[in-house]
Write a protein that binds this ligand. Structure first.
Ligand SMILES: *[C@@H]1O[C@H](CO)[C@@H](O)[C@H](O)[C@H]1NC(C)=O
Ligand SMILES: *[C@@H]1O[C@H](CO)[C@@H](O)[C@H](O)[C@H]1NC(C)=O
Ligand SMILES: *[C@@H]1O[C@H](CO)[C@@H](O)[C@H](O)[C@H]1NC(C)=O
Ligand SMILES: *[C@@H]1O[C@H](CO)[C@@H](O)[C@H](O)[C@H]1NC(C)=O
Ligand SMILES: *[C@@H]1O[C@H](CO)[C@@H](O)[C@H](O)[C@H]1NC(C)=O
Ligand SMILES: *[C@@H]1O[C@H](CO)[C@@H](O)[C@H](O)[C@H]1NC(C)=O
Ligand SMILES: *[C@@H]1O[C@H](CO)[C@@H](O)[C@H](O)[C@H]1NC(C)=O
Ligand SMILES: *[C@@H]1O[C@H](CO)[C@@H](O)[C@H](O)[C@H]1NC(C)=O
Ligand SMILES: *[C@@H]1O[C@H](CO)[C@@H](O)[C@H](O)[C@H]1NC(C)=O
Ligand SMILES: *[C@@H]1O[C@H](CO)[C@@H](O)[C@H](O)[C@H]1NC(C)=O
Ligand SMILES: *[C@@H]1O[C@H](CO)[C@@H](O)[C@H](O)[C@H]1NC(C)=O
Ligand SMILES: *[C@@H]1O[C@H](CO)[C@@H](O)[C@H](O)[C@H]1NC(C)=O
Length: 795
């Protein structure tokens, strides 16, 4: 969202003819942007009819100036603000960050990050997280939550914002988007699926200018083919639209050379026509780079519009939209029907979700905490009659703790190291174990203090944070145990531990490592921070029962994973405010870990492909080009296609109990002949409804064969027939289900396979096509731990 390099840019587009601001000469193999005009009107299809009618009626009451105001943000109490029209009983719109918490308020909860939610592989919990989070946004008077995130998807292991979203697997991310949106919106809150699309790195995400404001270089351009777009980056957004998401945020990057917020193929073509999106497209903050071109290209709302603090810095509170929209309609360059559709799209979700009835007022605390548009930047009076400092946390700590446990991934557990068995002597190592020294507002990579979330607009404002050390001490006290801590990583890494005043045979050494990531910067390393590798080596050379816990944004290099004294490894990701309780529950066996890796941990750092583009040294303004030449080969699709060994594969995670799978069956939904493409039908949100029809149901039995209760995740992978085009991944996730089982318990799990799940995107037919020949259905406990397979022929 916010950007440190926001800039008022050049001129409002002038011509009445529509010109794609596109430089085709530098696009290499991926050509250009196929122009898609005009921008489609909302149709109300798929249950939005009544809301659309109300929105249209509202628009007929508006003056031209009011319409221009409705599509343009202004500085105000929230991170984004649309002005009220009291004359019509419209109280305005309050837009608030972000994907794991309502950020700019007090007394709100900080939930597990997207990467943690994904690691839970638990649809129900992801939904419940959405419900609880949405209640907090609503309770604070926010109309629109700026989340969830499906872009970045995770093309590159290094991308700074991967943790805000879910997983580089589009199916898993698609399910997580859908459940989160349904949960958030069950509160009558609007959600915003972001960032659309192919926004896969932070480096050069915004253009750069010299000190006089002349453009030096445009944003990085993600150049990708149509199949990759559909099967990877667009896929989870289709789930979002199908779930009824209210808004879409276009991203900072260019796509095939054209800015995402004015790319007519992406906005008019893919989002509004193909996916049948009924809501509105808003720009990322500062992501608008033109007026008319953006409007014709499909952008409906410019954020933050009048630029607030940045407007003051750059000497104006002007906007490409706002007054320019009024002028453009008056002078005949913009047809008012397009403006009407923009406002209609903005108001349709408002009515759809009942926000015209008894919606809570904005908590004035947000205005005090808002550094993006502080009061000094407001040029409009906001009446803040809401209750101040409303505590919206309710009992959400319980679901945060539950999801924390469900998303904790146990990667290694030898010598029966975990769960702990009432250890009498415990040594805790690492600067991630304890309190931070500078408050809880996670905006920096501080040395001391446990990490529970990352930074930028996707962070949360903690009201409290339970640290690992604090929670471990509480458990250890019950055993009358000795707990010692060494929190200085430099000291640990450079000292022979046995020379410290320390027990010479501790029962267990717990090492807490962290990895920071934030918006605006890509990671420069995949190692854990603060000499994590050296810390582990040092502790493990002294302690034969070393348990390593990482609090991390995602992928880490784990070169010490096979060390004989490293008996257990836990990837705890970013669990939110209950972090310490979560890890203590896992360590002591109060919770049985059931998280699975939502990405692959490679053997070596150099094994990862598709790094971000960095260090471009050129005076060519179009020099920043990211060619997605790996196409569909990201994460496990790449390692599988290249037949590479990995350290811990996608979908992997251990438990304190054992599970078995049996009785794989594949059943066709009905006996009618399946066609290779879906019959033409009216588009509804999500696209052709035929794509979402269940054609087959796969079932499998799961049993808990171990000694304690626990949960696991049977996973279904599909291998398309060899008739599918070259580049088709060896196998792709197409089903998963979290199953909780008591000792000896068993259950049958069903995986519905929809048409889209069995198809590839055909760039010639411009449709999803089911290939002829034999499919392989594989079910197992990870992408490389396949237990059962079946074959089937669809056509
Ligand atoms: C119209 O857009 C231009 C930028 O192209 C800006 O300089 C000007 O201030 C805008 N006008 C208004 C009224 O916002
Ligand atoms: C397009 O890019 C090329 C190479 O970077 C540059 O020489 C040319 O001037 C650009 N054309 C336009 C219209 O910007
Ligand atoms: C990008 O270029 C490819 C190849 O020319 C084209 O098929 C695709 O539609 C383009 N996508 C966008 C969003 O411009
Ligand atoms: C949108 O609807 C208006 C009538 O309300 C019509 O004049 C206009 O042509 C429509 N635009 C498109 C792109 O269909
Ligand atoms: C911003 O615009 C408003 C109304 O157009 C004006 O009253 C105000 O002085 C402007 N503020 C700045 C800082 O330019
Ligand atoms: C119409 O208004 C827009 C927005 O201010 C401006 O950019 C454009 O040059 C104007 N066109 C004409 C023909 O006056
Ligand atoms: C805010 O409260 C004041 C005082 O109670 C009242 O006069 C005013 O109408 C309220 N305004 C709004 C927008 O609710
Ligand atoms: C951490 O240990 C190093 C090496 O012994 C020392 O130089 C540094 O001052 C210590 N930091 C703190 C905060 O104590
Ligand atoms: C493992 O720990 C023991 C102490 O218990 C130590 O003697 C041994 O050297 C360690 N092994 C390695 C490879 O560091
Ligand atoms: C670790 O070393 C202790 C003695 O220092 C020994 O009793 C214990 O069995 C060892 N544990 C493992 C897991 O090797
Ligand atoms: C960038 O390129 C110029 C010209 O080739 C060269 O002089 C300069 O050292 C380069 N800078 C960096 C940081 O590589
Ligand atoms: C399909 O046909 C078979 C045999 O004709 C029949 O047993 C089965 O019930 C049918 N299944 C469905 C879903 O209609």
């Amino acid at each position: 969202m916010f950007s440190s390099v926001l800039r008022l840019a050049t001129l409002f587009a002038t011509a009445s003819a529509i010109v794609e601001p596109l430089n085709t000469t530098i696009l290499g193999p991926y050509g250009s942007v196929p122009p898609v005009y005009p921008s489609p009107n909302a149709t109300g299809a798929g249950g939005w009819e009544d809301a659309l009618a109300k929105a249209k009626a509202f628009v007929t009451e508006l003056t031209l100036e009011e319409k221009s105001g409705m599509v343009t943000g202004i500085p105000g109490p929230c991170v984004g603000n649309i002005i009220a029209i009291p004359r019509l009983g419209f109280g305005g719109l309050c837009l608030q960050d972000g994907p794991l918490a309502i950020r700019i308020v007090d007394y709100a909860s900080v939930f597990p990050a997207g990467v943690s939610a994904a690691a839970s592989f638990d649809r129900q919990l992801i939904y419940e997280r959405g419900v609880a989070m949405g209640a907090e946004f609503r309770g604070k008077g926010a109309h629109i939550a700026l989340g969830p995130v499906a872009g970045p998807l995770g093309r590159s292991a290094y991308a700074g914002r991967n943790w805000e979203g879910f997983s580089p697997d589009p199916y898993l991310t698609g399910v997580a988007m859908e459940e989160t949106i349904l949960g958030l919106q069950s509160n009558g809150l609007q959600s915003c699926a972001k960032h659309w699309v192919a926004y896969e790195q932070e480096t050069q995400r915004n253009p750069t200018y010299d000190t006089s404001g002349n453009l030096l270089q445009e944003s990085v351009s993600s150049n990708l083919d149509d199949r990759t777009m559909h099967e990877l980056y667009m896929w989870p957004f289709a789930n979002a639209v199908r779930a009824g998401v209210s808004s879409i945020m276009c991203s900072y990057n260019r796509i095939n050379g054209s800015y995402a917020c004015e790319n007519s193929k992406a906005l008019n073509g893919l989002m509004k026509e193909e996916l049948g999106f009924q809501g509105y497209v808003m720009s990322d903050w500062g992501g608008t780079h033109s007026g008319l071109s953006s409007i014709e290209g499909g952008l409906d709302m410019n954020m933050p519009g009048g630029l607030g603090l940045y407007g003051l810095i750059f000497g104006a509170n002007s906007s490409y939209f706002g007054g320019n929209v009024t002028t453009a309609v008056n002078n005949g360059t913009l047809d008012v029907t397009r403006l009407d559709d923009m406002v209609t799209r903005i108001m349709t979700p408002y009515y759809y979700l009942g926000q015209d009835r008894d919606y809570p007022l904005i908590d004035p605390s947000t205005a005090d905490l808002n550094t993006f548009s502080p009061r000094s930047t407001w040029f409009t009076d906001f009446v803040l009659n809401g209750t101040r400092d409303v505590d919206v946390r309710a009992d959400h700590a319980a679901i945060i703790r539950e999801m924390g446990a469900a998303s904790t991934v146990l990667l290694k557990n030898v010598n029966n190291a975990l769960p702990l068995k009432s250890p009498k002597s415990i040594i805790v190592f690492g600067n991630d174990a304890s309190e931070d020294t500078e408050g809880y507002y996670n905006q920096a990579d501080f040395e001391f203090g446990t990490l529970s979330v990352g930074g930028g607009s996707g962070t949360g404002r903690l009201t409290y944070l339970v640290t690992p050390l604090e929670a471990i001490k509480a458990k250890a006290q019950a055993d009358g145990a000795l707990v010692q801590q060494f929190l200085n990583n430099t000291l640990i890494a450079t000292t022979n531990i046995s020379t410290l005043t320390i027990p010479q045979s501790p029962d267990v050494c717990l090492v807490f490592l962290k990895t920071w990531a934030e918006e605006g910067a890509d990671r420069t390393s995949l190692d854990t921070d603060w000499y994590g590798n050296e810390v582990v080596e040092s502790v493990a050379s002294y302690c034969n029962n070393t348990v390593v816990v990482t609090h991390s944004s995602g992928i880490n290099n784990l070169p010490w994973a096979d060390h004989e004294n490293v008996t257990a490894i836990i990837a705890a990701h970013y669990p939110g405010q209950e972090s310490g309780n979560v890890i203590a529950d896992i360590l002591y066996g109060v919770s049985n870990p059931s998280g699975k890796l939502p990405y692959t941990i490679a053997l070596e750092i150099d094994d990862y492909n598709a790094p971000p583009i960095t260090a471009v040294n050129s005076t060519d303004p179009y020099a920043w080009q990211a060619y997605f030449d790996e196409k569909l080969e990201i994460d496990y699709r790449y390692f599988d296609a290249q037949n590479m060994s990995v350290r811990y594969e996608f979908g992997f995670g251990l438990s304190y109990t054992n599970f078995s799978l049996s009785g794989l069956t594949v059943a066709k939904s009905d006996n009618s002949t399946v066609s290779s493409v879906a019959a033409a039908q009216d588009t509804v949100p999500g696209g052709n409804p035929g794509l979402w029809e269940t054609l087959y149901t796969v079932s499998v039995g799961v049993a808990n064969t171990g000694a304690v209760s626990g949960a696991t995740v049977p996973q279904l992978y599909i291998t398309l027939p060899s008739s599918a085009p070259a580049g088709t991944p060896p196998k792709q996730l197409r089903g998963f289900e979290k199953v909780n089982l008591a000792v000896g318990g068993a259950q049958t799990v069903e995986f519905p396979l929809m048409r889209r799940d069995l198809s590839y995107w055909d760039i010639v037919a411009q449709d999803w096509v089911i290939p002829s020949g034999e499919f392989t259905v594989s079910v197992g406990f990870s992408s490389r731990d396949i237990k059962l397979t079946e074959s089937m022929t669809v056509l």
